[in-house]
Design a protein around this ligand. Structure first.
Ligand code: GDP
Length: 448
């Protein structure tokens, strides 16, 4: 493959920066601009002191790491130039490297090569991305957790259990004369399927909750004008990114603010106050609010607790109450007037006095069922496609259950079990048929 290069470290001044070059002739190419040992003859996995030179001119004092194919990140020959960390010097060296037979890498191209060269599976590639892109502590824990509990390990565990079930059925059908093998009946099968399904469900659940931590949650803040939505947003973000105003209906556009709260990233959408109005411009805002309620994963419905609800607010609550929502009784510094019996899920706070946010933080985790999430031990699968395949497997098992309940013979049931096995195998990229045979022979040593 052609040689590619990119700055592997961040684009800000630091002690050192690393420029990574990967490709068939990367070592001999970089050797042309390196003064020190001959890089084409140094041992692999060494750091070599020397200078980057442009003709006669010394550009920087560097350490150059040399990795040989296939024992490198990409599986190709890789050179890593550790240079001084100023932005300009790093870019200067990169430019110099690009005058060689080296092209600038596309985003993700190193990882793509690692995948193509069999160094990393797709799950591993996305796991590395997660580590780098983690937006909050929980997401980082999840990414670290997947190093010791990778998708493959979780799915192989499931697959091996399903294989156990199938092989016992298969053997009891094909070799009924074997006395030492228990005969598999639907009655015996059902509890095994139940157990298996609950294991898959646990992984799906953890993965979905993990995805919420990873991706962040779109939160719509809605309510009538002047109830304190902008103030709340400011209180939550502790930044003044939203306009705080006491003129009704001026916060017309959606303002987004991202905040980290209790290890959860909230993408706060501040929308115009919802109310029936003739004002055209404001109507757009109102429409947007309705739209946001639809789109948001969680709706914070803010009310002014120092007055009764308006009919519009009661109507709006109808809209909100079908979603994950929390009613925020704001302005608790004033006398309570609102009738709280309208609401199931509410907390009180004062955005003005900046008090009561803990109530909201707890409630958010509770409403999203994330309060007991243990990111370090979660059975978490990072790729959404893999989780979807697990869901498919679980559905196939639902069909198996139905068949068992209908009293279908065990060999018919087995066909669907094999489909489920196949769908697990898809996550791992395994050819199921051969494996099943191997499994049978290795477990039972039939026909020795
Ligand atoms: P929005 O139209 O819903 O975004 O409401 P704003 O955040 O612009 O607030 C409207 C008015 O209510 C402003 O004068 C705020 O200072 C005031 N306000 C907001 N929160 C509180 C609160 O907790 N207590 C009191 N007393 N006033 C508040």
């Amino acid at each position: 493959m052609n040689n590619i290069a990119a700055i592997a470290t961040g684009l800000s001044a630091a002690g050192i920066s690393i420029i990574r070059i990967s490709g068939e002739t990367s070592i001999s190419e970089v050797n042309k601009i390196f003064k020190g040992q001959d890089l084409t003859t140094v041992k692999p996995n060494t750091l070599n002191y020397g200078h980057i030179v442009d003709g006669d001119q010394v550009i920087d004092e560097v350490l150059v790491g040399i990795m040989h194919n296939p024992r490198s990140f990409t599986g190709e020959d890789v050179v890593e130039i550790n240079c001084h960390g100023g932005m300009l010097i790093t870019e200067r060296i990169l430019k110099l490297v690009l005058t060689l037979d080296v092209e600038v890498a596309e985003p993700g191209e190193f990882s793509k090569r690692a995948f193509l060269n069999g160094k990393k599976s797709l799950s591993e590639v996305s796991q590395t991305m997660e580590l780098i892109e983690a937006k909050n502590e929980t997401a980082l824990n999840l990414a670290i957790n997947t190093f010791s509990n990778p998708t493959n390990k979780l799915v192989e565990g499931l697959r091996s259990k399903l294989m156990d079930i199938i092989s016992v059925i298969e053997v009891s059908i094909d070799y009924p004369e074997y006395d030492d093998i228990e005969e598999m009946t639907n009655e015996k099968l059902l509890p095994k399927i139940d157990l298996f399904q609950s294991e898959i469900s646990a992984i799906i659940e953890d993965s979905k909750r993990g995805a919420l931590f990873k991706n962040g949650i779109d939160v719509a803040i809605v309510g009538s004008p002047n109830v304190g939505k902008s103030s709340l947003l400011n209180y939550m973000s502790r930044e003044n990114r939203a306009i705080v105003t006491d003129i009704a209906g001026t916060t017309r556009d959606v303002v987004e603010t991202e905040i980290n709260m209790k290890g959860l990233t909230l993408n706060l959408l501040d929308t115009a106050g919802i109310r029936e109005t003739e004002d055209v411009v404001e109507k757009i805002g109102v429409e947007k609010s309705r739209e946001q309620i639809e789109l948001a994963k969680l709706v914070l419905f803010v009310v002014d607790s120092s007055r009764q609800l308006t009919p519009e607010e009661i109507e709006l609550y109808e809209l909100v109450s079908n979603k994950n929502h929390i009613v925020i009784l704001n302005k608790t510094d004033l006398e309570l007037q609102v009738d709280t019996t309208h609401f199931e899920n509410f907390i009180s706070l004062s955005a003005l006095n900046q008090s009561g946010i803990e109530n909201l933080e707890h409630k958010i985790l509770e409403v999203l069922d994330l309060d007991n999430f243990d990111s370090q031990n979660a059975k978490y699968i990072n790729r959404i496609q893999d989780v979807q395949k697990l869901e498919k497997t679980k559905m196939l098992l639902d069909e198996v259950r139905e068949q068992i309940e209908f009293g279908m013979p065990v060999d018919t049931v087995e066909i669907d079990l094999k489909d489920a096995l196949f769908s697990l195998g898809e996550i791992l990229g395994i050819e199921v048929k051969n494996d099943l045979l191997n499994e049978l022979f290795s477990r039972f040593c039939l026909g020795k």
